[in-house]
Write a new protein. Sequence first.
Length: 104
Amino acid sequence: MSDLSGGQRQGIAIARATHWASKLVLMDEPTAALGVAETEKVERIILSLKARDLAIVIVSHNLDQVFRLADRICVLRRGRQIGVRDSRAVTRNEIVSMITGLAN
């Protein structure tokens, strides 16, 4: 494994998780510290899992990635759920307002 890139390592970690998890995969910042090409590879893996109807929970601060990958966005602020929105029906500004506390 030491000769693999960060993206390849993440791919293996995701493959291991999906081997054991039949219904849900939880990912915390799955592309943190990866380059652009490696991030694209990991996102393709995530989309392939989504196509297999696996439930995927991704914790991420990368809003571009969240909008590319998520069907629903749940915003937590100070340990509380602020709201859940359909990613196709919400704007980036609305999500940022929820994150920052400007949304009522």
